[in-house]
Design a protein around this ligand. Sequence first.
Ligand code: PEP
Length: 248
Amino acid sequence: MRRKLVIGNWKMNGSRAANSVLLSGIVAGFKSGKADAAVCVPAPYLAQCEAELAETPVAWGGQDVSAYAAGAYTGEVAASMLLDFGSKFAIVGHSERRAYHGENNELVAQKALAAVNAGLVPVVCVGETLQQREAGKTAVTVCLQLQAVLDVLDTAALEKIVLAYEPVWAIGTGKTATPAMAQEVHALLRKQVAERNAAAAAGMQILYGGSMKPENAKDLLAQPDIDGGLIGGAALKAEDFLGIIEAA
Ligand code: PEP
């Protein structure tokens, strides 16, 4: 039985003061029942997460990770640095990184590999644009994105990753994939992983992301292949984030 996992992606939001209010609100209201919870924060706030979450069941991580281990890569953050501050997760291949930072499938795969090699859990994001969906290219798009990652990870490493299906047209737009639409893609992704490693596919947490809120979370999370959420906007209010966790 896969446990549900709800991860907040704070994006480039926060301040020490605001984070403290948000983190203490999450910790106060979080009941670790059927779901695990984590927040992926801007790198400067990892130390704050370590200080405020270390003795709690809420995990934390980064929103990106370098494909390189160390060296002359100005602005990059290595997996070892995320681990230095107690991180468990690193989001890789978020559509905003793909769109605004030119990250392609191969680079995303290298980032996932660097994370796994260091002992972090990469949260590998895949998803189609509206144009791709309307052109009937959803399956081919997400399968190519996933395949690049499957190509660089060995079979055993597939047990150490989390996937997130995030239709680009649903991120931050208030438009959500219907539970049936999301389920269809999640099942497809799981089948693709199963072709490499059936046990890993059966155990893999595949999260849905795209305008998930307390009001729509229950129906999405009731789908057999939706194992949690990657939450943007609604992760910035403790009440909303907790509402989604509760729905899980
Ligand atoms: C995200 O950025 O990963 C995301 C799902 O954002 P939102 O929940 O705001 O759509």
